[in-house]
Design a protein around this ligand. Structure first.
Ligand code: NDP
Length: 241
């Protein structure tokens, strides 16, 4: 019987690719999502991966959702905190609502996802925590003060968790994707994408969700046991941290 893995935001985009890749490696995968029931139902139909709906920004909802996953599939040994949103705007126009929503989902959401599974990982002396950060958390990005703050925060989270978890057999690492061709990025104006974003990427293209999924399956594997508190950048040479 394979290990159980939870992927938040695992029904679409990068998360869907991660869920599928982990399933292909033999994990029992649960994918959570926020509200797009149609996409989740389609994903389950196509992949056979069970989906669960809760808001990662809500601690009680996360605890309850995680308890349900564990009741269905067994203790979560691999957790991928992938759910995330953008709500961009220049800082002089950014509202407290824009700031708070992105912080709640992308940063507090990581706490809400990892905290409930952490005691079990400590007891069982095994765990893999993988947080999906971003190149924009490494380098900053105009128009994304809120988003960049959360993604830089992810790096602080995994570096701290790594130090707490290392003796308990738990690793915590971040993956920092560059621009990946998901709905989040395709929603950017095509002119902006072609004139301003793709020219910044030496590879000359967007990344594929599967390229991020392969980083995650490696970090989840036994082979990655000594990699702890690291960030893997997958950005087509756009930025070197
Ligand atoms: P998508 O918008 O394609 O998918 C987001 C997923 O997260 C969906 O499953 C969505 O659920 C879920 N989600 C969003 N908010 C919540 C919430 N409050 N609670 C639970 N689930 C939620 O995003 P991407 O695949 O593009 O991004 C995935 C991660 O990768 C994010 O953390 C993002 O910041 C990061 N990233 C993405 C990059 C890119 O280029 N795409 C680059 C660098 C980092 P639902 O379907 O219900 O909406």
């Amino acid at each position: 019987m394979g290990r159980t893995a939870l992927v938040t935001g695992g029904s679409r985009g990068i998360g869907a690719a991660i869920s599928k890749a982990l399933k292909a490696e033999g994990y029992n995968v649960a994918a959570s999502y926020a509200g797009n029931d149609e996409a989740a139902a389609k994903f389950t139909e196509e992949t056979g991966i069970k989906t669960y709906k809760w808001d990662v920004g809500d601690y009680e909802a996360s605890e309850a959702g995680i308890a349900q996953v564990e009741a269905d599939l067994g203790p979560i040994e691999v957790v991928v905190a992938n759910a995330g949103i953008t709500w961009d705007g220049f800082f002089h126009k950014m509202t407290p609502e824009q700031w708070n929503k992105v912080i709640a989902t992308n940063l507090t959401g990581v706490f809400n996802t990892v905290r409930p599974v952490w005691p079990g990982m400590r007891e069982r002396k095994f765990g893999r925590v993988i947080v999906i950060s971003s190149v924009n958390g490494q380098k900053g990005q105009a128009g994304q003060v809120n988003y960049a703050a959360t993604k830089a925060g992810d790096i602080g989270i995994v570096r701290s968790l790594a130090q707490e978890g290392a003796r308990a057999g738990i690793t915590a690492n971040a993956v920092c994707p560059g621009y990946i061709g998901t709905e989040m990025v395709r929603a950017i104006d095509e002119d902006v994408l072609n004139k301003h974003i793709i020219p910044q990427i030496p590879a000359g293209r967007l990344g594929e969700p599967e390229e991020i999924a392969r980083c995650v399956t490696f970090l989840a594997s036994d082979d990655a046991e000594f990699i702890n508190g690291s960030t893997i950048s997958a950005n087509g040479a756009q930025f070197f941290a």
